[in-house]
Design a protein around this ligand. Structure first.
Ligand code: HEC
Length: 229
């Protein structure tokens, strides 16, 4: 009984200390200073274990398909490089200011299974800059990006650019990419449950996209893909 009450008192003190610390303002939440070693370990270990566990339920389709990779490189170039960069391409200012940083996927993707890459891309990682792309994209729009990420560790700058050059017309962001650079961060998509049609490159044709005017009036399915530049 004595032991039990001591445990209860200790638990109460710890709870008070944690709550007191939360309200105190002592913890530095700025993104400009790195997390302390303990916090970093706790966050990355929790995150890795969570991704690993949840990715087990993902059914991986056949991904070794040139068409998927070509669609993937255009979409990756439009949606991901602002934060992650790509071979020969630095992340934009937005990506450089993230904490935790967005890792170079040309390295990190080699450490992850296709199921894990898919799960993270679809669901994102909370309390970090990594968005849940599944909110605005269906699975068939995400798998091509996974197919590309699998190839990414084997690509240098020239390889990435030549893949991009041969990918014209592929992917749902087919007409967003021009020559490997892009100018938007791909995080401004309005959450929207409208189903997204993948691979509608024929529809997009040569029509130049207006820089700032929403394309709501266009007949093709761009409803989930408005990036104001
Ligand atoms: C707004 C910035 C941003 C954009 C855009 C973004 N990411 Fe991320 N991503 C992050 C950050 C930040 C992390 C690291 C999160 C962490 O450390 O837990 C991350 C992590 C990841 C990881 C996990 C890497 C690992 O080592 O665990 C994958 C995979 C990933 N992103 C894929 C993508 C893909 C694919 C896209 C495009 C469809 C994309 N990201 C777009 C910010 C972004």
């Amino acid at each position: 009984m004595k032991i039990l009450s001591r445990v209860a008192i200790a638990a109460a003190i710890i709870t008070l200390a944690v709550v007191g610390f939360a309200y105190s303002g002592f913890y530095d939440v700025s993104a400009s200073s790195p997390h302390s070693g303990v916090v970093r370990w706790l966050l990355s270990t929790t995150s890795e274990a969570s991704i690993e566990r949840r990715a087990r339920a993902v059914d991986v389709p056949e991904l070794d398909d040139e068409t998927l990779v070509l669609a993937g490189v255009n979409d990756f170039n439009s949606m991901c490089i602002g934060c992650h960069g790509a071979p020969g391409i630095e992340p934009e200012a937005m990506g450089q200011g993230l904490n935790p940083p967005a890792p170079d996927l040309a390295e990190e993707a080699a450490e992850m299974t296709p199921a894990e890459l898919f799960w993270v891309t679809k669901h994102g990682i909370s309390m970090t800059g990594m968005p849940a792309w599944g909110v605005t994209h269906d699975d068939s729009s995400i798998w091509p990006i996974v197919a590309l990420m699998i190839k990414l560790p084997g690509l240098d700058e020239a390889g990435y650019q030549s893949l991009l050059a041969s990918a014209q017309g592929h992917g749902h962001h087919a007409d967003d990419s021009s020559g490997g650079q892009h100018s938007h961060g791909a995080i401004d998509e309005a959450p929207d449950n409208t189903a997204h049609e993948h691979g509608a490159s024929e529809d997009h044709g040569e029509t130049p996209r207006p820089e700032t005017v929403p394309e709501a009036a266009e007949e093709h399915d761009r409803s989930t893909h408005e990036h104001s530049q």
